[in-house]
Ligand binder design. Structure first.
Ligand code: GDP
Length: 264
């Protein structure tokens, strides 16, 4: 059994307002999982045992759309740590970006015709990038390219040196979808650190089990193939829940990224 790669082993015991339905937002991850995340910036802190800054304030003070790109070479210069958001179409990606940044117009960019297939960079607090990637699951595609990603998106994951972690959004209001399992496994096989962010925790869809049951089943399916899970976070953009958990997780990973960069 292999491990799914995660980019943090830290729990946020400090989080007070980010548990939904009584379930902790963060999940402890297997230490071995972390040993492979070096290429994306977290190995040193993950395995070094040192005390890492745990910012209490992870507020978004400024958020600015930088550009849409269709080639890795066209992306903004890799000067900041970045976090890429991805998920099936309709998973709630735009809503989550709005929730995190508090700026409705930002996520509109990713809905603009011509930009939905682009990689959209947003600069947060002039210190990190939030990257909106094209959704998947729209079309039937070949086995090798099951998510329907173009070469550029795959190149981005493989080559973007400042990519710290992917936030893989999973709709908790529906039972597990094969394509989401395949996507998580693809990140695992490709050794790309990712965090699972469940969306729509508030929603009870007619004819579907409750969110926590869907999550349990999703994780069971992953654990049939993988030894451990990455960090998981729960959100509801509609209810405004989970924002702090996601922002603090990102803040911790940024701290690890800078710590590693400073000793290189
Ligand atoms: P995207 O296509 O992944 O960018 O998804 P959107 O953010 O546009 O959301 C798709 C649909 O799901 C919209 O109708 C949203 O109102 C709805 N939605 C998004 N987040 C939530 C949530 O947390 N709870 C509920 N109940 N609905 C949501």
């Amino acid at each position: 059994m292999q491990n799914l790669y995660s980019s943090s082993r830290f729990n946020d015991e400090d989080d007070e307002d980010d548990s939904i339905h009584g379930t902790p937002v963060h999940q402890e991850v297997d230490e071995r999982t972390l040993l492979h995340s070096a290429s994306h910036g977290s190995e040193t802190a993950g395995s070094g045992g040192g005390k890492v800054a745990r910012p209490k304030q992870a507020r978004v003070k400024s958020a600015e759309f930088i550009k849409s790109s269709v080639r890795v070479e066209d992306c903004p210069p890799p000067i900041y740590p970045e976090f890429a958001v991805i998920g099936r179409g309709n998973v709630g990606k735009a809503s989550l970006i709005n929730l995190l940044t508090g700026r409705n117009a930002l996520a509109m960019v990713s809905k603009t015709p011509g930009k939905t297939k682009c990689i959209n960079h947003f600069c947060i607090n002039k210190s990190w990038y939030l990257v909106d990637l094209p959704g998947y699951g729209y079309a039937r595609t070949s086995k090798e390219n099951i998510m329907g990603w173009n070469k550029f998106t795959r190149d981005y994951f493989a080559n973007r040196e400042t990519l710290v972690s992917v936030l893989l959004l999973i709709d908790a209001s529906i039972p597990p979808m094969d394509i989401d399992i395949q996507c998580a496994s693809w990140f695992g096989e490709s050794e790309i650190p990712f965090t699972i962010v469940y969306t729509k925790l508030d929603k009870k869809k007619k004819g579907c089990p409750p969110a926590e049951e869907n999550i349990r089943e999703f994780e069971q399916r992953l654990l049939e193939q993988w030894e451990s899970l990455p960090v998981t976070l729960r959100t509801s953009s509609k209810a405004g829940l989970g924002k702090n958990g996601v922002l603090q997780h990102i803040a911790q990973l940024r701290a690890l990224y800078h710590q590693e960069a400073s000793i290189k």
